[in-house]
Design a protein around this ligand. Structure first.
Ligand code: NAD
Length: 483
């Protein structure tokens, strides 16, 4: 992937913005070129947007804003359900786009598209939810609250689950009565554009969903800085989240920040070890480990450490690059994952499985690595503290429940925590003390649309998903009437 805006090869498919209900070429006429991570070959040309394109998109959104807000709620809900259906009707096409953009196996791509449809269905069915209260203040006053949309919401998303993360923010934003200017990752832009096109096809008014393509610096920042953008939902890295946070602080606008993770997966000696091992491996290899909620720190009670790490190695051997394990997204990220193999070994971690680049037959230039597990890892090692964003797990021994909690919380992140035990009292005690937005007991990350999701510490703030998210896309107005 070249991040330079160049006038690139005309034989590749070109992808343009979606503004005011129609495809729109970049004002500067420039395109970025992406690579297919399975083959390393040039993949497509993506509009290299600019502040000028953001201006057009925001203008369209502002023109659509009041009309959309006055839409009868039931009609807004019906449109959302129609869009969910259109996404399902086009699931093969959308999954193929996701597969070729990011290299993920088809099964994963299809699951992601289904999740995306479900967001529009779930929030479409909650259209009457943003409600207010009547507050008893005094006999001669009638006081009530009502939920109001912010207006234009900026949505900025990463490349790992592209349509899913776009839908996760756009669906609750729309149902709360907002209009949207979104920027998908420049690496995986196809499905977000296709979703906006389908929205127009099923009857969404023009200007309600606008998508501007391009880099974070040229487009993302222009969205966050725009006066008419009144809230931003950002999913991505801590560094960019912090940069956006500074601009939002100057502008005094609210943010939802969904950032990275280094989540703990705690296996107690009384757990079902076979299930825990299989799920632990899923936890750090799903989407080639390129998932914010990956359970990359596997904390294992010392009494079962040898037995469990053997099971981990056996389960890891079932994960095959090019079959059920996709490539790393870009050459830069591919290099970064390899640099962590070196870091782990230099710091004294023992390779249980993997630790190398993988060669996939017929895709020799693809960005594949072996699924990798390190044993004898100390939580202070860089491999235990830093988000690798590749299929890499570490097994850390612990002695007592107290130890497990201390190690789990000894992280800058706090996205999810998983624990495996047959003792429900212990599970509840530990769940209570893990610093993370969501805890799973005897199951790994269900990724349900209905459950609130978000971080503690560097993993971010605000909540996406569930009924909770709707409240993050509207603010409360109190009206007092003298009677
Ligand atoms: P990234 O932060 O590099 O980019 C995310 C998005 O921000 C992209 O669209 C990018 O173009 C844009 N961007 C970059 N610089 C910007 C700037 N200065 N201003 C505005 N926008 C800018 O992240 P990534 O590499 O695409 O994704 C991987 C990261 O995302 C990982 O850290 C992962 O943990 C995190 N993530 C978090 C969640 C969650 O829900 N918590 C979900 C998925 C991924």
């Amino acid at each position: 992937m070249s991040h330079q805006a160049t006038l690139s090869r005309t034989d590749l498919k070109a992808l343009d913005h979606w503004i005011d209900g129609a495809s729109a070429k970049p004002a500067g006429g420039k395109y970025l070129e992406t690579a297919n991570p399975m083959t390393g070959q040039p993949h497509m040309r993506v509009a290299a947007g600019s502040a000028e394109d953001v201006e057009s998109a925001v203008k369209a959104a502002v023109e659509a804003r009041d009309g959309w807000r006055r839409y009868v709620a039931a009609e807004r809900g019906r449109l959302m359900l129609r869009l969910a259906q259109a996404i399902r009707d086009n699931k093969d096409k959308l999954a193929e786009m996701e597969r070729t953009d990011s290299g993920k196996p088809m099964a994963g791509a299809l699951a992601e598209i289904e999740g995306s449809a479900h967001y529009f269905e779930f929030y479409g069915s909650l259209v009457y939810l943003p409600q207010g209260d009547v507050i008893d203040v005094a006999p001669d006053q009638h006081v009530f609250t009502k939920r109001e949309p912010y207006g234009v919401i900026g949505v900025i998303t990463p490349w790992n689950l592209p349509l899913n993360q776009a839908a996760r923010a756009i669906a609750p934003a729309l149902v709360a009565g907002n209009v949207v200017v979104a920027k998908p990752s420049e690496i995986t832009s196809q499905t977000t554009i296709e979703m906006a096109r389908l929205a127009s096809e099923v009857g969404f008014p023009k200007g309600v969903i606008n998508i501007v393509l391009g880099t974070g610096i040229d487009v993302g920042e222009a969205i966050v800085r725009h006066d008419e953008v009144r809230k931003v939902a950002f999913t991505g890295s801590v560094g960019v989240g912090r940069a956006i946070g500074k601009i939002a602080a100057e502008r005094i606008i609210p943010l939802t920040l969904e950032l990275g993770g280094k989540s703990a997966n705690i296996v107690f000696e009384d757990a079902d070890l076979d299930v825990a091992a299989a799920e632990a491996v899923k936890g750090f290899t799903l989407n080639a480990g390129q998932v914010c909620s990956a359970g990359t720190r596997i904390l294992v009670q010392r009494s079962i450490y040898e037995e469990f790490t053997q099971k981990l190695a056996a389960e890891t051997a079932k994960i095959k690059p090019g079959e059920n394990l996709g490539p790393i997204i870009t050459p830069a990220q591919f290099q970064r994952v390899q640099s962590y193999f070196k870091v782990a070994e230099e710091d004294g971690a023992r390779v249980l499985a993997g630790g190398k680049v993988a060669k996939v037959k017929g895709q020799e230039e693809g960005f594949y690595v072996e699924p990798t597990v390190y044993a004898d890892v100390d939580n202070a090692m860089r491999i235990a503290q830093e988000e690798v964003f590749g299929p890499v797990g570490v097994a850390i021994p612990f002695d007592t429940e107290e130890d497990a909690i201390r190690i789990a919380n000894d992280s800058d992140y706090g996205l999810i925590g998983t624990l495996w035990s047959r003792d429900i009292s212990r599970a509840l005690r530990v769940a209570d003390r893990i610093e993370a937005g969501q805890i799973f007991v005897n199951i790994w990350n269900t990724m349900s649309v209905q459950t609130p999701f978000g971080g503690h510490k560097n993993s971010g703030y605000g909540r996406e998903k569930g009924i909770e998210a709707i409240h993050h896309y509207s603010h409360l107005k109190t009206v007092t009437v003298k009677i």
